[in-house]
Design a protein around this ligand. Structure first.
Ligand SMILES: C[S@@+](CC[C@H](N)C(=O)[O-])C[C@H]1O[C@@H](n2cnc3c(N)ncnc32)[C@H](O)[C@@H]1O
Length: 227
């Protein structure tokens, strides 16, 4: 990966203004997220978009000086997307995937940024999707997917593909809400479900670190995974 001077990385004043959050915009983002969560909480995994504290923790491990090709898994209403674009180099590219068509339409309407490609897609199809766009390797993956609530085979397929797409030394960040770490009873199967996300990620990645973020609803644990 080549280094570029900081001066070149900074988006223009116009681009910065485009990503500044207007009060009405953030209200509509919250409204849309809440509405879609009521329809499909299993998929959104939360009632609210990520806080700026969670967003910062997710992006802190990414080296925006050198990263050019980024993937966001589960972009939602764009809480993390906006901040990635603010930090991304002018010649960078962000593939933002979400399974929810309303979220993707919202991103397309809200961001006229040539570096952003919002894609309505299932993260399970990540490799096929990237190869359709001529992308063989990505430098960083930022994932907000609710891995805990997924079928074990589905999350293994998704995270396996994320690992395969990353360049050696590439980073993936992923979070788990604290209530999910504690586990919950599955009445239909008469058992207590507990998924240890850190352990699961350590089974794939060379190095996995964890950092709690309390200022989020709900609080979360952010995992930084290096290939
Ligand atoms: C916890 S929300 C995070 C949204 C946003 N990134 C944020 O931080 O506010 C998870 C997102 O993942 C999306 N999602 C869930 N399963 C998915 C899948 N299999 N493929 C792609 N997106 C998925 C949901 O639609 C939702 O937008």
């Amino acid at each position: 990966m080549t280094m570029v001077p900081l001066r070149k990385r900074m988006p223009s004043g116009r681009a910065r203004a485009a990503h500044r959050r207007a009060p009405s915009e953030s209200l509509s983002e919250y409204g849309l997220f809440f509405q879609q969560s009521l329809k499909s909480l299993r998929s959104t995994a939360s009632l609210f978009p990520s806080s700026r504290f969670l967003t910062a923790a997710l992006l802190e491990p990414v080296d925006f000086h050198s990263a050019r090709i980024l993937v966001e898994l589960g972009s939602g209403t764009g809480a993390v997307t906006r901040e990635i674009l603010r930090r991304l180099a002018p010649d960078g590219r962000l593939y933002a995937l979400d399974i929810n068509g309303s979220f993707i339409r919202h991103l397309r309407r809200s961001y006229r940024d040539p570096r952003l490609l919002p894609l309505r897609a299932n993260a399970e199809d990540l490799q096929a999707l990237l190869s359709r766009h001529g992308v063989r390797h990505v430098h960083a993956i930022i994932s907000s997917l609710g891995l805990t609530g997924m079928h074990p085979e589905q999350r293994t397929r998704i995270v396996g593909q994320a690992w395969a797409c990353l360049v050696p030394g590439g980073v993936m960040t992923q979070y788990q809400y604290v209530h999910a770490i504690a586990g919950y009873p599955q009445l239909s199967k008469l058992r207590f479900h507990r998924f240890r996300e850190g352990q699961f990620l350590r089974g794939l990645f060379r190095e996995v670190g964890a950092q709690p973020v309390f200022l989020n609803l709900p609080p979360a644990l952010v995992f930084t995974c290096r290939k």
